[in-house]
Design a protein around this ligand. Structure first.
Ligand SMILES: [Zn+2]
Ligand SMILES: [Zn+2]
Length: 108
């Protein structure tokens, strides 16, 4: 179960809060939030004095972000994992008998 939780976390980490897709060309701004570079550009497009974070609304006095190649790799991994998961379908994930609600087939 820990692995599944880790995968969900990984997918959340690697998705963009603006378009809700996997990050494309991920960038990190100074509050620590991550976005696609294009999404961030769109959300800051009409602004010229303050640039609020689309998530936490922290305002920056200038457009400042840095590329995040590690996150880009992470996103690639998350994409591949989600493809694997889709192929298998969640219903066919290995499930051990006797672990369902405490019911055991060998009770007597
Ligand atoms: Zn995006
Ligand atoms: Zn933020």
């Amino acid at each position: 179960m820990e692995l599944v939780t880790a995968l969900v976390n990984l997918q959340e980490e690697s998705s963009c809060p603006i378009c809700l897709e996997y990050l494309k060309d991920p960038v990190t701004i100074n509050c620590g939030h991550n976005f696609c570079r294009s999404c961030l550009n769109v959300s800051w497009k009409d602004l010229d004095d303050t640039f609020p974070c689309p998530v936490c609304r922290f305002c920056f006095p200038y457009k400042s972000f840095r590329r995040n190649p590690q996150l880009r790799n992470l996103t690639e991994i998350a994409k591949q994992l989600s493809r694997l998961k889709k192929k298998r379908r969640s219903s066919s994930w290995p499930m051990l008998p006797g672990k369902l609600g405490g019911w055991s087939p060998t009770s007597h």
